[in-house]
Design a protein around this ligand. Structure first.
Ligand code: CA2
Length: 150
């Protein structure tokens, strides 16, 4: 039976591809999900993709992952910078997780420089565009299958 990685996208990421293409690129949320599925490839991992604009729904999806997922990729959007509750949910399920940001948050407003997730994440990828989701899935698969990568 395949193992599974949960890919979580937070508030406003449903707008990908519809606005601000100069900042976030032309790709859509459907493209993000396809990139994650392609990255998992034949690794033996399935992808479950969730997007919500509601913090509680994101927390519920993370809690549910405890039962049937092996790792989490999360772009928590603006909640990255504010949500102790999301941090606690990720700590609570004790699964490895990768934090992704499409943009280089460190080159943007100062309030985006602080993440409440980064210090407890296994891996943090910023500024790689949608390819960040590809990197994150591949990294978690490698970790979970003990493939040594530099
Ligand atoms: O760079 C990222 O991936 C962010 O997580 C995106 C969040 C932002 O609050 C974080 O600081 C960095 C915003 C997501 C909004 O996505 C949109 C996409 C297209 C059009 C409008 C918003």
């Amino acid at each position: 039976m395949n193992r599974r990685i949960l890919v979580v996208n937070g508030p406003n990421l449903n707008l990908l591809g519809t606005r601000e293409p100069d900042r976030y690129g032309p790709g859509t949320l459907a493209d993000v999900e396809r990139i994650a599925v392609d990255a998992a490839g034949e690794s033996g991992f399935d992808i479950r993709a969730v997007q919500s604009n509601h913090e509680g729904e994101l927390i519920d999806a993370i809690h549910a992952a405890r039962l049937d997922c092996d790792a989490v990729v999360i772009n928590a959007g603006a909640l990255t910078h504010t949500s102790v509750a999301l941090r606690d949910a990720l700590l609570g399920i004790a699964l490895p997780f990768a934090e992704v940001h499409i943009t280089n948050v460190h080159a943007r407003e100062e309030f985006r420089h602080r993440s409440l997730l980064s210090d407890v994440a296994d891996c943090v990828i910023v500024g790689a565009g949608l390819q960040g989701y590809d990197f994150a899935v591949r990294r978690l698969v490698a970790d979970l299958t003990r493939i040594a990568v530099a």
